[in-house]
Design a protein around this ligand. Structure first.
Ligand SMILES: [Zn+2]
Length: 272
């Protein structure tokens, strides 16, 4: 059997620094990102940029920062990120799902994450589910252990994409029996489901762990995102620099037919 090339399907691939520069200067819909972050509860949010950990592509002068999340905790919203994005040209842009009454006060009080949950400066955490293709057992490429062993933890194929998309629709519908304000987002590789109900922000860590374990039995989610240990999630409307796709919300009615080459997800001028 001829071994099929297994990296990324279609024309997905890492974005060059020039492509990132054009995207963050001219293409990114900062206003839409601003609206995304303006949902209640109102509070302070932190952002994180990853320069080149997975792609190995980063501005040389920031070599020492290439692998560590660069935290921006004084931005009022995504528009304030613009100078950082056009300077650092990150491969990925994230926000912290924790919401604080005041980040400055929390910082002054020396509150770390483990203690944030009981702090009066902490308002809650957005509940989220991260469906990733590498978590699937693929009939061609095997399970996650096989993929990691071959150094292909970030690769995916069309079968995996279609299966993770089917799961996104199914999990959305299952979650909609309990939650009312759900948003599905194409993450560049898989899908995220965000829960914006107030009750979701107030869940305890224990409740989150229970939900994560239950959902992981049937869906290809990263449990530690739902449980809250991993707080960062990709900022919608930013660029996923490993695949050169825009992270975008997808209406429930369009999920089944959504493709990674959807025109809304393809940055203009990326492949001239
Ligand atoms: Zn596969």
């Amino acid at each position: 059997m001829a071994r099929r090339r297994y990296e990324l399907p279609g024309d997905l691939g890492p974005a060059s620094l020039e492509a990132r520069r054009v995207f963050y200067r001219e293409t990114m819909d900062y206003r839409a990102a601003e609206r995304w972050m303006a949902r209640p509860p109102q509070g302070d949010r932190a952002y994180a940029l990853i320069l080149g950990r997975h792609s190995g592509i980063y501005p040389r002068r920031f070599r020492s920062l290439k692998n560590v999340p660069l935290i921006v905790d004084d931005a009022r919203g995504p528009r304030d990120l613009r100078p950082f994005l056009t300077k650092y040209l990150p491969e990925g842009v994230y926000y912290d799902r924790n919401v604080y009454a005041s980040l400055a006060e929390a910082r002054r009080a020396g509150i770390d994450y483990a203690h944030a949950w009981r702090s009066r400066y902490f308002l809650g955490q957005e509940l989220a589910f991260d469906l990733d293709p590498e978590n699937l057992d693929c009939p061609i490429h095997g399970d996650i252990a096989d993929k990691m062993r071959r150094g292909q933890g970030l690769s995916f194929c069309d079968w995996e994409f279609e299966e993770v998309r089917r799961q996104a629709a199914e999990l959305h519908d299952e979650l909609s029996r309990r939650w009312r304000r759900l948003q599905v987002v194409y993450s560049g590789r898989g899908f995220h489901i965000h829960v914006f109900d107030e009750d979701g922000f107030r869940l305890s860590r224990r409740d989150r762990t229970t939900i994560a374990q239950r959902v992981a039995r049937r869906y290809a989610i990263d449990e530690w995102v739902t449980s809250g240990e991993m707080r960062l999630i990709r900022l919608p409307y930013s660029l996923h620099g490993m695949v050169s796709r825009i992270v975008i919300p997808v209406d429930r009615s369009r999920i089944e037919r959504f493709r990674y080459d959807d025109p809304r997800a393809r940055p203009r001028g990326l492949h001239p």
